[in-house]
Design a protein around this ligand. Structure first.
Ligand SMILES: [Zn+2]
Length: 69
């Protein structure tokens, strides 16, 4: 019985740490807002200041539409 409690506590701890880590990762990602003019349509977080390809999928980066406004 005691062992189960320890396992549950450990699982909760790991989950808590994991949630913390993933949320802080998200925050840092949002803090590093896309600066580049070019971005991947599949991975908007992948941006570049000059034309190129996505580092994740290799797709051509698309120029951000700045004519909207
Ligand atoms: Zn991509």
């Amino acid at each position: 019985m005691r062992r189960i409690i320890i396992i549950l506590a450990f699982a909760a701890l790991t989950l808590g740490v994991g949630a913390c880590n993933s949320s802080s990762n998200k925050n840092t990602k949002e803090n590093t807002k896309p600066k580049g003019k070019y971005y991947c349509t599949m991975h908007p977080e992948v941006t570049s200041g000059k034309p190129g390809t996505c580092s994740k999928c290799g797709m051509d980066l698309v120029e951000r539409d700045t004519t909207g406004k």
